[in-house]
Design a protein around this ligand. Structure first.
Ligand code: AMP
Length: 282
């Protein structure tokens, strides 16, 4: 397995693979790899001839008061995990390699980024779509893998790829969870023992909402049921619960399924997000 820090090295590696007729798969990450990332990497390795994983904590997607500096960076461990999974190339650029001091171009998806996390993290999705565009231009993958854990991000990336004609197929991967239901996340490392015990309440609340949705409840009703379920866990400070259409991300309000119930909540100073999709009535 190669570890490349430079864009040119990635380009020549991928182009040589493509000359041999290889299909190239790509998994963009911020590192601190866990079982969620590994599900993406395993799908990528299984479905492609050559697999590229990027590890880059992208400064432009963090707000000024967010956790860019404290974000975990266990680089050696991440590289070892990639090697074990059969990854061919890890791309781990410096911030300077990705953004020149006079960088002035951004990619922005309108509409879909306005609600949900977009309301609370101004500039976040602009940072994500900008870095993913750059990574797609550097790696030129045939297929790229994204987790449903970050559901709004997945929909925003799909829109960007369609709108800007990136020749990349986007493959969504279901959320990987701990045994108690908590969605696996690099930020779970921040939780105290007490917070970690409280954390599964977020998914439990979403499941209560999903049950109501499957029985015919409207978006408004589902949001209320989910909110009330989460309020039973006093350590959580809810940021939002919203029932939205799975493709348009428009609020469901007085409509029912299909819907994605998405939530963000703080446990102490750690912000957790999760979601659940309800396709139809049971
Ligand atoms: P990140 O390193 O947090 O930027 O995540 C990189 C990719 O892994 C994104 O596409 C995430 O949606 C995905 N991901 C993160 N956590 C999970 C999880 N628990 N299950 C599935 N995918 C995940």
């Amino acid at each position: 397995m190669r570890v490349a820090k430079k864009i040119d090295e990635v380009r020549s590696f991928v182009r040589a693979a493509r000359m041999r007729g290889a299909q190239v798969g790509f998994v963009p990450t911020m590192g601190a790899l866990h079982q969620g990332h590994l599900a993406l990497i395993r799908a990528c390795v299984a479905q492609n001839d050559v697999s590229v994983v990027s590890i880059f904590v992208n400064p432009t997607q963090f707000g000024p008061r967010e956790d860019f500096n404290s974000y975990p960076r266990p680089f050696e461990q991440d590289v070892a995990l990639c090697e074990k999974e059969g990854v061919d190339l890890v791309f781990a650029p410096s911030a300077g390699e990705m953004y020149s001091p006079d960088h002035a171009t951004y990619v922005e998806v309108e509409g879909l980024t306005a609600g949900l996390c977009g309301q609370f993290r101004p500039g976040h999705f602009r940072g994500v779509t900008t870095v993913v565009s750059k990574l797609f231009n550097i790696v030129e993958p045939d297929t790229a893998y994204f987790g449903e854990k970050d559901y709004q991000q997945l929909i925003v990336i799909k829109r960007m790829v369609a709108d800007l004609n990136f020749p990349v197929r986007i493959v969504p991967i279901p959320t990987v969870r701990e045994a108690d239901g908590l969605a696996v996340s690099s930020r779970n490392l921040y939780l105290s023992a007490r917070e970690r015990r409280a954390a599964p309440a977020l998914y439990r609340a979403l499941c209560e909402g999903a049950k109501a949705a499957a029985q015919g409840a409207s978006g408004f009703e589902v949001e209320k049921i989910t909110r009330q379920a989460l309020e039973k866990e006093p350590l959580f400070k809810l940021q939002y619960v919203q029932a939205v259409h799975p493709e348009t991300l428009q609020p469901r309000e007085d409509q029912g399924v299909p819907m994605v119930i998405a939530a963000a909540a703080y446990l102490g100073s750690t912000r957790l997000i999760d979601n659940i999709k309800v396709e139809g009535r049971s």
